[in-house]
Design a protein around this ligand. Sequence first.
Ligand code: GLA
Length: 436
Amino acid sequence: MNGVSWPSDSELDRIKNMVAEMAGVHVDVVKVVASPYRICPLGAHIDHQGGIVSAMTVNKGIILGFVPSADSRVLLRSGQFSGEVCFRVDQIQLPNHTAKPNGKIEENHPSNTIEECKWGSYAKGALYALQRGGHHLKQGITGFICGTEGLDSSGLSSSAAVGIAYLLALETANNLTISPTENIEYDRLIENEYLGLKNGILDQSAILLSSYGCLTCMDCKTKKHKLIHPPKFEMEKNAESKFHYKILLAFSGLKQALTTNPGYNRRVTECREAAEILLRAAGKEVEPILSNVKQEEFEAHKSKLEPDLARRAEHYFSENTRVIKGLEAWRCGNLEEFGKLISASGLSSIQNYECGCEPLIQLYKILLKAPGVYGARFSGAGFRGCCMAFVNSDYADEAASFVKTQYFELQPDLASHLNQDTAVMICDSGDCARVI
Ligand code: GLA
């Protein structure tokens, strides 16, 4: 197992040849951005409240091959979607969506071509973010983007991976040196301002900061991060078996972009309402997010919350505690304890945050029964996509086929739409986004 197993040489060759043909250039001048998918073992749904989250990338993701174009024109094609996206980097981009109070996100200028509007908006959003940051780009790109087959809209943050891929390509073509911290903020602008999703900074932090084998810890309030290395166990006999895991991704067959589901923004609003009531009761005038409420203030005033708001706040405070314990378990190499915390986090998402849909809850329960699984939970927001689990490497194949069979029995329709080779994937930890 090694951190640079993705993208493979053949994936790189294929995309470089595509771009060389599109742009009429030699294959050697084509650059490729590799932008991995992320998982969040602990710290679900608390990033938008300034909580502490943990994350990792996996060795799969989005690749974007590109060359600078002759002028300011951007021309893009996609492996997943039809049509071409074409615009100029010297045209000013304005926010494309507005978040409504009921959680729905409406497009400001509905486009005639649905495909074009959907997948082109991330590239335009990247330009919007760079312009908001004061960069006046002159150089366009010709590019081809594709993701790992079947993994788009799966709760692995393909949207942030795509946004970051466009940011890195536009920055490279325009000779801009931008730090990961600045790109975290630019991706936030794409999602929060351009696309109207009120999400936090978990996804892009994971994608931009992760390092192979480490757990990335991000404090979403202070924006400080650290990498937690697992112990080395050099002195131990049988060292390998001590920290020997794989990441299982089990797909539900349900796909939907978060921007088209009002549920996500609704929960963010509920957390803010809970924070507002608790802060008022504590006599504090600060931004209404739950990280501004102390645990003891929550305990003292939680009776003032309606039951559903109390459950959202309960999730926030219990999840923060699980993250802190989980970082310690990872540092000590205690995968059993780490796994138990992940499963408890999954349960709190179902019972307190109330965001899981039936197929994902079924997958979660199946994973908990699978051989060798340390712990499992939904990946991402929980409205669609996949569940992830940490599993003992020796049992990974057995666990994968157990999950596939059991899920097929419960959800034959959804399961039959999945590609049987990739319905449950066995992955390793990955690295951060980079230009190759
Ligand atoms: C989505 C959002 C993130 C985060 C997760 C849930 O991936 O984009 O900001 O809230 O859901 O943890």
